[in-house]
Design a protein around this ligand. Structure first.
Ligand code: X8Z
Ligand code: ZN
Length: 599
């Protein structure tokens, strides 16, 4: 026995006495072989999922089965005991590894936690449930008065219809899909929680938050702070919208809370299309353009900053436009961007129509695409081809979307006449109805709901109750009529189903966006952040490229500090909208405020 102990002790000391070089070498050999297999399986899974998202055929499970199979293979590899043990053991010798190696091993363990072999069956069930949920969500036939409509049709009604009865019908039609998704969401919550528990995470929300190097409480505290900082502006916007919309719909008694079907967006996350700015009527201009023009225009903007043209594969393989009205198949109606092979194959899935929302979304998706293209370089290993954090990935294209709507840019492009008289406050108001209004939805309703769902095990009998409590508290929005638990209004939002526990990414992306924009405007362009023209400026391009180039190989906090001199904060966003506060206080004078001043 003693001998054995001695032997073990010697073996142990030998193991930990490996030189730095030896450990590095061993780690690199592991990372290299892991990467080769990972990329292969990731690509196969992307291809299968892509097909499942662009070609949903009722009653045909061919694509779903292929996706399940590919995802199972990916899960079996990433969650294998062998990979987990190896990465864990190597990370014990962190100090002997390079920073890049540590980061890749952490990525390996993070991926493993979503698919641990120790709970193989749970992982398989989850994959199946996920595939089915996506098919149900996007295979759903929306109907108004028994007639099939697309989500684009519903959105058009919500943006422009003034007849309240028609609005109500469209809004209610958009929520029907939730009913059939509830049981799937209940099941997914359980399966997602069970999977990540196996590697020590408390719940799936906590697991997703951990990618930021943060705890759930820290993330939620950040969300609360953000909501609080935006609250005075949002309270003015809320008061303004109640009175203006009541006027628009001819309703005498102004409601205390905004009925959800009064707002121009299915989830009340963006109210900007309730106003048009004279002289800067983007929708009027876009109506005369084709959907193709929208994407080309976006590409042209990126190219003007020094980025490469979009690769041929993007044009050949993307699915950018709506399917014909009589199409037998359906596709995912929400926009996304795909890095199919973590290399050159980049694609986007959209249903572009020539309007300002799709213009913004197209720029947003191209931001993802250019991020993919930029960090696909010899200095960034495939496992680190991701954003500095997930919010950066969302911020890039949204930043370009904001910049592409500003007057000097539009004048430069010949889309708006230089001497058009444009009321700057109205412009700012329209922007606030987009960017500021989004925060209570993203940082409040969505993030609080998902935190409660995953971390606090929200009872299935209270999903809708919770959802509307949060919508009222944060967004000041109420349903047009009682919505019982047969409905599952949260599940009508894409991300709740297929991008779970990550919506704070978008809230943070807006904060980052304004920080980057502020820096670009003031330090590079020497222009007013509210009236910039990035077009053709190579220095702006270089600034963005510097952020995107290292992907996830650099710490996200360090990137922000290095590039803007600031830590993450909402100052830039608040100061952007500052001139609007006085105006809103003036218009709202004498009006009843119904939202509490603080949360
Ligand atoms: O989901 C998206 C993108 C996905 S790449 C289109 N966005 C959020 C949403 O639509 O809810 C962009 C901003 C908010
Ligand atoms: Zn995005």
């Amino acid at each position: 026995m003693k001998k054995l102990i001695l032997l073990l002790a010697v073996a142990w000391s030998l193991a930990s006495c490996k030189t730095g070089d030896q450990v590095k070498k061993e780690a690199q050999a592991f990372i290299d072989s892991y990467t080769a297999e990972y990329v292969k399986l990731y690509t196969a899974s992307s291809e299968a999922q892509w097909k499942s998202n662009i070609e949903i055929v009722e009653g045909d499970s061919t694509n779903a089965l292929a996706t399940q199979k590919a995802n199972e293979a990916f899960a079996a590899f990433t969650g294998s005991k062998e990979n987990i043990e190896k990465a864990t053991r190597l990370l014990k010798e962190k100090s002997k590894l390079s920073d890049l190696q540590v980061k890749q091993l952490e990525v390996i363990l993070f991926a493993a936690a979503n698919n641990p072999q120790t709970v193989e069956d749970v992982v398989k069930q989850r994959i199946k449930a996920e595939t089915e949920q996506t098919e149900k969500l996007f295979g759903f036939e929306f109907k108004i008065d028994g007639k099939p409509v697309s989500t684009n049709d519903i959105d058009d009604i919500l943006k422009s219809e003034t007849n309240l009865e028609k609005r109500r019908k469209a809004w209610e039609a958009s929520k029907e899909v939730g009913k059939g998704l509830k049981s799937g969401l209940v099941e997914l919550r359980e399966l997602r929680n069970k999977t990540v528990k196996a590697l020590g995470y408390h719940d799936f929300f906590t697991y997703q938050v951990s990618e930021y190097g943060m705890k759930t409480d820290e993330m939620m505290a950040m969300m609360t702070k953000l909501n609080q900082e935006l609250r005075p502006l949002f309270r003015e916007l809320h008061t303004y919208a109640r009175y203006e919309l009541a006027k628009k719909y001819g309703v005498k008694e102004v409601p205390d809370y905004l009925p959800a079907d009064w707002l121009p967006n299915r989830w009340a996350q963006d109210w900007s299309s309730m106003t048009t700015v004279d002289g800067l009527d983007i929708d009027g201009i876009l109506k005369t353009k084709s959907p193709e023009w929208i994407v080309k225009e976006g590409e042209d903007f990126y190219k003007s900053l020094g980025f490469a043209p979009l690769p041929q594969v993007f044009w050949d393989k993307s699915s950018l436009y709506p399917l014909p009205k009589d199409s037998k198949i359906k596709k995912n109606n929400h926009a996304s961007a795909w890095h199919m092979d973590l290399d050159k194959d980049v694609r986007s899935l959209m249903s572009i129509e020539p309007n300002s929302e799709w213009f913004e979304t197209s720029n947003h998706e191209l931001g993802h695409i250019y991020y993919y293209m930029t960090y696909t370089n010899p200095d960034v290993p495939p496992l680190l081809r991701a954003g500095a954090n997930r919010a950066y990935h969302e911020a890039m294209g949204s930043l370009m979307g904001l910049a592409a709507m500003q007057k000097p840019f539009l004048v430069n492009k010949g889309l708006v006449s230089a001497d058009a008289k444009v009321d700057e406050i109205q412009v700012l108001l329209k922007e606030a109805l987009n960017y500021a209004v989004f925060i209570p939805f993203a940082a409040g309703t969505m993030s609080e709901f998902e935190k409660s769902l995953y971390a606090d095990n929200l009872p299935a009998s209270e999903f809708n109750k919770k959802w509307w409590e949060l919508a009222k508290k944060y967004q000041g929005v109420v349903p047009p009529a009682e919505r019982g638990e047969a409905y599952c209004d949260a599940a009508t939002k894409t991300h709740i189903n297929d991008d779970a526990a990550q919506y704070y990414d978008y809230a943070l992306s807006y904060v980052i966006l304004f920080q980057l924009h502020d820096h670009i405007a003031k330090e590079i362009l020497k222009q007013d952040p509210r009236a910039t023209n990035y077009y053709g400026n190579k220095e702006v391009g270089q600034f963005l490229r510097d952020i995107m180039y290292p992907g996830a190989s650099k710490d996200w906090r360090a990137v922000l500090k290095e590039k803007t001199g600031e830590d993450l904060n909402a100052k830039a966003m608040l100061s952007y909208f500052e001139p609007l506060m006085n105006y809103l206080k003036e218009v709202n004078k004498g009006r009843k405020y119904t939202l509490p001043e603080t949360l």
